[in-house]
Structures are given as C-alpha cells and as structure tokens.
Design a protein. Structure first.
Length: 276
C-alpha cells in the first residue's frame, strides 16, 4: 500500500475535507483508486490532476452534474463553449453587482445629505438636466386607498428593475404654482433614468427636468407651514429678482427605509426660476 494514500492523507494534500471526498465518491464524480475489503478508500498521487479539473470547474460555478458530464466528454470544443458560457454568466453577475454598488452609493449620498439638512434656509443653484419616467396624475403620496395603491403599482410595474432600484430619490412633478398647497396638489411620480435606459420606454412617458437655476428648500411633512414658507419664498424671489415658473418638483430624500412615520418624510422642493 506504499503507493496509496488514505482518504485522510489525500484530503490533507488537496485541502479538502474527508466528507467532500466521500460525497464525490457517492455521486460518482471522483472515486478512489481502490477500496479495501474493509471499505477503506485509497487514492494515488496522479489523481490530483483530475481533481484539479473538478476544482477548476467548481471555482467557475459549474454545477457538479455538469462537471461529471465534462469529465466524461473532455474535448477542446466543449471546453471552449463551457468557458464562454461561464464568462457570459460572470459578466451578468458583474453588471448586477455594479448596479447594486451604484444603488448603495446613491443611498449613502442621500443619507449623508439628510444628516446636514437645514430646514430654515432657502437657496438657489444651477442644476444639470435629468430624465425621468413619468406616471399618470396622482393625488396622494401615501398608500391610503385602493385607488392610490393601484396607481403606484401600475407605475412601478412598468419600470425596469434597474431604474426602480437605482437609489435615487423618487421625484414628483407638481403642475401648479409653488404657492398652492404643496401637500395636496395633484402630481406625477417620476423615477430617474439614464440615457441608455430610455429605449425601454415610450417616448411620451419620458420627461426632462431642464438644466438651469432652481430655488430649493427642504420640508418635513409634519412641520410644513404653508403661510410661513410662502412668505419666505416671496421675500427670496424679490431679493434675488426671480420669477418662478408655474410648476415645481418635489424630491423625496427621506423615505420609509429610515423612518416608520410617514409624516417624518423629508422632501426637497425645487422651483425653476428666471431672472426678472
């Protein structure tokens, strides 16, 4: 038996457990060179080459049943086909991981912004153009009725998963004056998309927020004071000689992921303006 290794010895050399080698034997994937009359398994050194093939394919996530077929039918064409297939699967996984990474980066940026919000100030800044998928007209930010839930469901089901779960805040377009009741005015829900995703949607469902100057401020639903904010806005517009457009955007920065209280949700209000 000098040329043979016990299962424990072989397992040590190939860095596998005895249990794994026993399982591979049971499914006829990798069998010992010899089994004694007492049922002991023995292996030879040259079996490491075949085990290397198995471990290589396993590293590539090839299922064990396919590995067995591969071992019984080894040739260049099948190997090349299988490796190309594995690369396609890997490319898809990499894209999924990159999307998940972007999702997390966007959420981290959102919550970092939230931690530094000042609800008492109004500012203005230049914003770049962005594209969105637009819903039909809605009347509630909450799932407070079957009609409301149905509207949101229809909209979300129409979206590609990469857009629905992109980590960007959901936006709302309110086609009315900023001096209306911004909590009760009907609106359209908007999900941001990248240009490479636009071919997935009907052109009439895509809406663009133009680049330009926007006045912005943050509100929390529970602390919204319409008269106070409207007066602040009037003063800010007059001071900076701005004329507001007759529509505005709401951006939901804090959502249900970080609060169980709907009234604690935080919105940024964006108002496109022109110089007087």
């Amino acid at each position: 038996m000098n040329n043979y290794l016990t299962i424990s010895e072989f397992a040590k050399y190939v860095n596998l457990s005895r249990r794994t080698l026993i399982y591979y034997d049971q499914i006829d994937l990798f069998k010992p060179k010899k089994i004694s009359t007492h049922g002991y398994r023995y292996y030879t050194c040259d079996q490491c080459f075949e085990l290397d093939v198995i471990l290589t394919l396993k590293f590539l996530d090839v299922p064990l049943e396919q590995i067995k077929y591969f071992l019984d039918n080894r040739n260049m064409d099948d190997t090349l086909t299988e490796f190309k297939k594995r690369k396609e699967i890997l490319d898809e996984k990499i894209n999924d991981l990159k999307h998940m990474q972007t999702f997390l980066e966007n959420y981290i940026d959102r919550y970092t912004t939230l931690k530094n919000i000042n609800f008492d100030i109004i500012t203005h800044s230049y914003r770049e153009e962005e594209s969105f998928i637009c819903s039909d007209l809605m009347h509630s930010h909450y799932y407070d009725s079957i009609d409301s839930l149905s509207s949101y469901s229809d909209f979300y089901l129409s979206l590609d998963q990469k857009d629905l779960f992109n980590g960007y805040p959901i936006n709302f377009l309110v086609e009315d004056s900023i001096f209306s009741d911004i909590q009760k005015t009907p609106f359209r829900s908007l999900i941001k998309i990248n240009k490479e995703q636009s071919h997935l949607y009907d052109a009439e469902k895509i809406i663009t927020r133009s680049n330009g100057t926007y006045v912005s401020f943050f509100i929390e639903d529970s602390n919204y004071n319409k008269q106070e904010i409207n007066q602040k806005l009037l003063n800010y517009f007059q001071k900076n000689k701005f004329i507001p457009e007759r529509f505005f955007w709401k951006i939901l920065w804090q959502d249900e992921i970080t609060t169980t209280i709907p009234e604690k949700r935080v919105f940024e209000i964006l108002i496109p303006v022109k110089k007087n």
